[in-house]
Design a protein around this ligand. Structure first.
Ligand code: X8Z
Ligand code: ZN
Length: 593
């Protein structure tokens, strides 16, 4: 390890000497880009191995590769060179973006505080193993405890109509929380130390800086979105708590008990619309069919078939229950070599959630392939911003949820014609109207306080539930004891930290794109769109994907949608639900706070 570190330091010194003469930013940026790509490929490959097979050996390799990556990208000499570059006023826009991206990479692992960075890398790897090595044990009332996978937990919540049983399943899903608390506290301290050492308000501020915003500006936008969505959310919440209370034969409570909802965090509310049984649509298909069908969607838009290596190297399906291998249970997409080595890690089983998730993940993969072109430097092979990256996949998720497409795939048979309002209701419950209170409210406010306020672990659970009550109108099945740590059950806090607002913003952006596509290309009602086979849509999307991070995201957004960042299109999409819900809720108090 140390010899590699020395070699890299020497290489960095040569780079700095060779490039410190005036007028040579390109020499430095080109040399940086090559080295960045080489070290990224090693680190990403090692992270892939550690996520597809949790083991001490994979963890050790990951730490070594990440330390090598950090040693170069955060080398004090590289940081100085970047600082000097960014102070110049003669850089081209491209050079400034390259240097800015390299600066933010350095800010995550600055060699100016090597011990903190080393501890952070080791702590991240250890937390990953705790998170994905965890084995859930379910103790249902009157039955023997047994091991369950996250997919099984989700399936049980989707099926059970017994409230006591649901509570046991929900509590089983939360048992992992306390095992992650100390690790998260350590990560928070180290992440903040690094970010503050580089001049950011906190680690939250460092992550937000990718958007050209500070923490306060991001939180102000989150609060605006919450206010905009609230009138429809309040109606939806009121309708849902009455519908669920009737299902469980009890009076409607003011807040929804979390174990009544099929999703472990109530970030989406499936299974509530009797007319729209989405899981039944894919129940007789195979997991393989689901992923192939998602690829077929993109190919129909004129995008290339996925590289053969995607199918050879990805890890797409759930492991058998008795498998000794432990892998990451969450869906993700990977750009291993910043070129054609693209992969996805999923646990697909035939249900509608994995059907949409497969479309979502391939969105990331097609974004990777879109900007992997010679004129996009490696360091700018990223989304216009992170929300764009999430938005493309979620746009295609929305497109895959439209009835004309589902008819075309044969999933929705000719004898079934779901009511349009019920379909839209289901989309609101599974999409942004329910998601934004979780994403902008509970998650982002909690992570903001975690980092910006250094919230002590003893206060985490109370803060988490106070946000869940305020924004989602949610409460735990019973008061949570001092040993619980429910926020820590959300994997993003550990391995995708201080970035959850990406998903909220992606919903806003994707609706802007969808609105534009429906108006300008398909000329159709946005709720009745069929993208399938429309190459013009593929060309429109390719123009967004191909520049990667070489363009300013605000300019790009205005150029491709005709408007700045705005929830207008998203709210217009769901507007027809407002009067229907108001009629359903007549005479009920829709407030929950
Ligand atoms: O984490 C994800 C993606 C990762 S690429 C599957 N999502 C968030 C979540 O699951 O919490 C998508 C929507 C929100
Ligand atoms: Zn995603």
């Amino acid at each position: 390890m140390s010899s590699r570190r020395t070699c890299l330091a020497v290489a960095a010194a040569i780079l700095v000497c060779a490039c410190s003469r005036a007028g040579a930013p390109d020499d430095f940026l080109t040399a940086y880009d090559e080295e960045y790509r080489r070290l990224w490929t090693d680190a990403e490959g090692a992270r892939w191995a550690a996520n597809t097979e949790v083991s001490d050996e994979n963890s050790r390799r990951r730490i070594a590769a990440e330390q090598a990556f950090a040693a170069y990208t955060g080398d004090p000499a590289v940081i100085e060179r970047l600082r000097a570059l960014l102070a110049r006023d003669d850089l081209t826009d491209r050079q400034r973006r390259q240097a800015g991206a390299a600066w933010r990479i350095a800010a995550h692992n600055p060699g100016t505080m090597p011990e903190t960075v080393q501890r952070l890398i080791a702590a991240e790897a250890a937390q990953n193993d705790r998170l994905w090595g965890y084995a859930y044990t379910l103790s249902l009332p009157g039955r023997e405890p047994r091991g369950v996978t996250p997919n099984e937990i989700d399936a049980l919540l989707a099926e059970s109509r017994d409230v006591a049983e649901r509570r046991a399943i929900w509590e089983c899903a939360k048992d992992i929380g306390p095992t992650l608390r100390d690790g998260l506290a350590e990560l928070r301290t180290l992440r903040n130390e690094v970010a503050r050492g580089m001049g950011y308000s906190s680690f939250f501020g460092l992550e937000v800086a990718d958007y050209g915003l500070d923490s306060r500006e991001m939180m102000a936008f989150m609060d605006t979105l919450l206010i905009q969505v609230r009138p429809l959310y309040a109606q939806l919440h009121c309708w849902a708590r009455h519908t669920l209370a009737a299902r469980y034969g009890v009076p409607a409570p003011r807040r929804i008990p979390a174990h009544w909802i099929d999703n472990r965090w109530a970030q989406e509310w499936p299974g509530l619309v009797e007319d729209v049984d989405l899981d039944a649509l894919v129940a007789d298909r195979s997991a393989e069919w689901i992923v192939r069908q998602a690829e077929d969607f993109y190919v129909s838009l004129g995008m290339p078939a996925l590289p053969a290596t995607f199918w050879e190297r990805s890890d797409l399906y759930e492991l058998p229950t008795d498998s000794p291998r432990r892998k990451n249970a969450h869906a993700s997409a990977w750009h291993i070599d910043l070129d054609q080595d693209v992969r996805s890690l999923m646990n697909v089983t035939p249900n509608f959630s994995w059907f949409t998730t497969a479309h979502h993940e391939l969105g990331h993969v097609y974004y990777y392939l879109g900007y992997s072109r010679p004129d996009v430097p490696y360091v700018l092979r990223a989304g216009a911003n992170r929300a764009f990256h999430e938005g493309i996949g979620t746009l295609i998720e929305l497109a895959s949820n439209q009835t004309p497409y589902l008819r075309q795939t044969g999933l929705l048979t000719a004898d079934r014609s779901p009511d349009r309002t019920q379909w839209l209701l289901s989309q609101a419950l599974m999409g942004p109207i329910v998601f934004i209170p979780f994403a902008c409210g509970t998650m982002t406010h909690f992570e903001h306080d975690l980092y910006e306020e250094d919230l002590p672990p003893a206060e985490w659970n109370a803060r988490w539930w106070s946000y869940a009550a305020l924004h989602q109108g949610l409460e735990p099945p019973a008061p949570r004891g001092p040993s619980t740590c429910d926020a820590a059950t959300k994997s993003h806090l550990h391995d995708d930290p201080a970035q959850y607002y990406d998903y909220a913003l992606s919903n806003v952006i994707l609706h802007q794109l969808h609105d534009h596509i429906c108006r300008e290309i398909l000329q159709c009602d946005p709720r009745e769109a069929n993208y399938y086979g429309k190459r013009e849509i593929g060309a429109y999307l390719a123009a967004i994907l191909q520049p990667g991070a070489t363009r300013d995201w605000r300019q790009l957004l205005e150029e491709v949608t005709g408007e700045p960042l705005s929830a207008r299109a998203m709210l217009a999409y769901f507007a027809p639900l407002q009067s229907w819900l108001e009629a359903q809720n007549r005479g009920r108090d829709v407030t929950f706070d």
